[in-house]
Structures are given as structure tokens and as C-alpha cells.
Design a protein around this ligand. Structure first.
Ligand code: HEM
Length: 218
């Protein structure tokens, strides 16, 4: 059954401008985070390589977004990973985490500078201690898109991430990215885990900051 309305143009008129108050299960992610003991299993010619890494993540509240009647609240994020051994970037990722209060849909967009993007989806509700989103290659809605080289050498068949919150100031993730490496018959599980600690709270979204300043000045 099609869950969408006939009128795809009319935007909601009574939008709360305060993103931090409307992030549902994503609320606890807002702010800055750090960890020094992430674990990555990645594909190398000689077999799986296991590395520990240092991770910093920034999640910034964005203004409410409307696709016609569909209203989304969200966070723009940047993940930067280095290692103890080297200061060069080990992994870099940008995107958005979004929540649609009307349906409970959770979305994560991700872009990594290997020439790869994905849109993963799941469901949740405010206060959830655990959230999960997934994407699969070949899907036109919640899919994965890679360069021609990656399609040939490291075909990425699926992506899924589980996030577990531990109070307001810590959370952990478990990411499984299934790769079919050229010349191999068995899929490779590119696996990443980490537990992050808060280094700064979330700041209000730009529109909310403007409205707060106007209110303070009047
Ligand atoms: C904490 C997160 C991650 C870390 C630390 C990480 C790290 C790495 C490392 C070190 C490699 C091997 C690099 C090389 O030999 O050139 C690799 C390969 C790869 N990663 Fe990740 N990765 C992460 C997440 C992801 C995610 C979320 C995806 C896709 C959705 C992804 C897709 C790939 C692919 C396709 C390759 C193989 C391409 C290649 O080696 O050229 N990775 N990753």
C-alpha cells in the first residue's frame, strides 16, 4: 500500500524551529564526540587487517527540512579517523542523520572519499536506547552507489549500523559493510566498532539561534 499523500507539494505550516527538541531517537547524538580505541577489520591483499583507531565526530543540528508534506529534523555529521601510528586520515565520512517524527523513519546518508555514497534507513522513537539503519546495493531508495572501480574491485553489497546509547554522554556503534573483493568467492565483512564519549553538548540549529537572539534583543 502506498503510504504517501496525494498532495505532494503543500508543506506543513506549523513547524517547530527547534531541531534539538525534535530529533526523536537521534537527540543524544547532537554535539562533539571522541574515542581512542576503535577497531577496524579491513580488506588487504594478504587477508583481513585489524587496526585500532582514534575517532572524532561532530554532529551539528540543521534547520528543519520539508519535502512537500514530509518534515525531517536532523544532524549534519563529520567523522574523522586517524591512528596512533600515523596522523594521516584513516577514514573520513560526512552526511546527515535525519528523523521524520510523523512516521518514525530514521535515515542516514553517508559519503566517503573513496567515491562511495549510501542512504540507509530504519525506524525509531524518542528515547530508544538502540537504533539501526541499513542499506543494500541495487536498491533505488535505501541503496549504495560506488565508483566503477569499487564495483569491480570491492563490490559493496550491504551496509548496516547498530547504535547503542549508554546514558547521555556515551554511545557505541557496530558497523558491518559486506564487500565482495575481486577474485574471491566469499564475501568479506568489513567490520568497525567503537565507543564514543561526549566532548561538547549540541548547539541549537541556525534558525533557532536567530530566533533566540531576536527574542533576547526585543
Ligand atoms: C569506522 C569506519 C571505517 C574505517 C576506519 C574504515 C577503514 C578502512 C580501511 C583502513 C580500508 C583499507 C584501505 C586500503 O587498503 O586502501 C577500508 C577499505 C574499504 N572501506 Fe572502509 N572503513 C570504515 C567504514 C566504511 C564504510 C561505512 C564503508 C562503506 C559503506 C566502507 C567501505 C570501504 C570499501 C569499499 C573499502 C575497500 C576499498 C579499498 O580498499 O580501496 N568503509 N576501510
Amino acid at each position: 500500500m502506498n503510504p504517501f499523500p496525494e498532495d505532494i507539494f503543500t508543506e506543513p505550516s506549523d513547524v517547530d524551529p527547534d531541531t534539538l527538541a525534535n530529533l526523536g531517537p537521534l537527540a543524544r547524538l547532537a554535539g562533539r564526540w571522541e574515542a581512542r580505541k576503535g577497531v577496524d577489520i579491513n580488506p588487504k591483499a594478504e587477508g583481513p587487517e585489524r587496526r585500532t583507531f582514534i575517532e572524532r565526530i561532530a554532529f551539528d543540528a540543521i534547520d528543519p527540512q520539508a519535502n512537500g508534506p514530509q518534515l525531517l529534523y536532523g544532524l549534519r555529521y563529520h567523522i574523522h579517523i586517524t591512528t596512533e601510528e600515523e596522523d594521516i586520515t584513516f577514514h573520513d565520512q560526512v552526511g546527515y542523520w535525519l528523523w521524520e517524527p510523523a512516521t518514525g523513519v530514521i535515515l542516514q546518508t553517508l559519503a566517503i572519499p573513496r567515491g562511495q555514497v549510501a542512504l540507509a534507513s530504519g525506524h525509531g522513537k524518542p528515547g530508544d536506547d538502540h537504533i539501526r539503519v541499513t542499506a543494500a546495493r541495487g536498491q533505488t531508495d535505501y541503496g549504495i552507489c560506488s565508483t566503477a572501480f569499487l564495483e569491480y574491485g570491492f563490490r559493496t553489497d550491504s551496509y548496516d549500523i547498530d547504535i547503542s546509547f549508554d546514558g547521555d554522554d556515551a554511545w557505541s556503534y557496530d558497523i558491518r559493510t559486506m564487500l565482495l573483493v575481486h577474485g574471491r568467492t566469499e564475501p568479506f565483512e568489513h567490520h568497525d566498532t567503537n565507543r564514543l564519549r561526549r566532548t561538547a553538548p549540541g548547539k541549537p540549529n541556525p534558525l533557532k539561534q536567530i530566533l533566540d537572539r531576536r527574542k533576547a534583543a526585543s
